[in-house]
Design a protein around this ligand. Sequence first.
Ligand code: PXP
Length: 236
Amino acid sequence: MLLGVNIDHVATLRNARGEGDPCVFEAAKICINAGANGITTHLREDRRHIKDYDVYEIKNKLNCKLNLEMAVTDEMQKIALDIVPESCCIVPERRQEITTEGGLDVFSQKDKIKNFIAPLIDRGIKVSLFIDPEDKQIEASYYTGAKFIELHTGSYSRAYNTETEEKEFKKLYNSAVKAQQLGITVNAGHGLNYKNVHRMHEIPNLYELNIGHSIISRALFIGLDSAVKEMNNLII
Ligand code: PXP
């Protein structure tokens, strides 16, 4: 499995002081040099962490795979078409949430999502839809023409080591298999950490994991380079 490191929380820390430290671009460079396959950034509508210039700087100055997480808005579509990252992950966004709480409801807005992602796909961007592990969301994702999905692992991550772990894990497993049968490449992410990530190996052919909070947190104690390497060793 490949590792995409989500560096939003480096920006969260930088923005706490409103100055330049820690440098988001430098963090991205360290992650790539440590063996990460790519960098993931979520450019939120309210710009609470990643700012536009972070995304442009990574895209223009770092020779790496950039995965841009973004909401279904005209503004974000315009930015994505200007930056042309290797991939875009379409996520739901609510201003009040602390982090992306649930998956994108593709089922209820199939045609809207289909029309939204079409120009991105036409520009050669790999578009993935961040969805909960539910049959109806997978079927709807297939309908939109998306060739990638990212399964929301938040419920599994929270359930890890509790009596509902198995139930949540099975949802991920079954959803991944179903999507793959439809020819969709399956990524996963959200809430994955050094303890719970190992079960992702039980899911056949998962392509990429996008992990942020646990890596950036661990980096405070052992450094970013080591935190990325440690995670990579667990998922490779
Ligand atoms: N994937 C998506 C689509 C996300 O929105 C996030 C959180 O920004 C992540 C992965 C990473 O989640 P975490 O920070 O919990 O590892």
